[in-house]
Design a protein around this ligand. Sequence first.
Ligand code: SF4
Length: 267
Amino acid sequence: MPTMINLTINGEKIAAPEGTSVLQAARQAGIFIPTLCDYEALEPEGTCRLCIVELSGSIRPCIRVSCIQEVKEGLVVETETERIIKNRRLILELLLGRSPYCRELLDLAGKCGVMTSRFLTGEDDDCIRCGRCVRVCRDKIGAYALCWVNRGYNRKVATDFERLSEYCIGCGSCAQVCPTGAIKMEDRGNQRRIYTWGQVVARFELEKCEKCGRYFAPRKYIDWMRRKAFKPKGIELIDLICPECLRKTERPAPAKVPFGNGAFPAW
Ligand code: SF4
């Protein structure tokens, strides 16, 4: 049984397991804290800063990012003080300045009472710099194909030297976690392309399913699955079958299975 930590959020007494973030504890209690960079399957990094809260009680009064702040005994959390609302609206206005038509951002801004931005730049950029793509590529896939480049206003996600990436394996995880569609994966015929802001960052030939003949995954990704996902479990992949065909067939015996046992949906 995990040790339970007692804290107060917006005047409500809450008990949360040790190691939980303030953001998670608030969610469990049904308290809304806005965020753009948080994604359940990824470690939090506090990139967007929208989940700021005011803390006091067992620690010195301060403003902290709630997704990377662990709960502490006696902590007092306020999520909607005048100072927090003001700072959060400023962050939203700054984000809207560059991405004024981004649906996710507009929805969240609306919820926080921000209708327009004083900082419009004339740009129309879908990327809101949440960093989910960089984190999934680095922490979950281990490919390190995407990284942050530049600083401050010019900060953006790119491949090494902004060229076609030799490290990308074409898994599409970055496109899957991107909240705005700034990163896209496109399969056309036997080709897969990964785009950021309309620019191709990686390009692959797809392998054919041995049953239905459909092109379904790049060789690099298949090799990655063999090495990282199946080998450690003692499973040997003996042929190439797409997830759809596999679902139609009987589940094979463990230890020797066709490629793609449905454990990883993003081909
Ligand atoms: S498709 Fe390429 S860039 Fe995107 S997560 Fe996979 S390896 Fe990284």
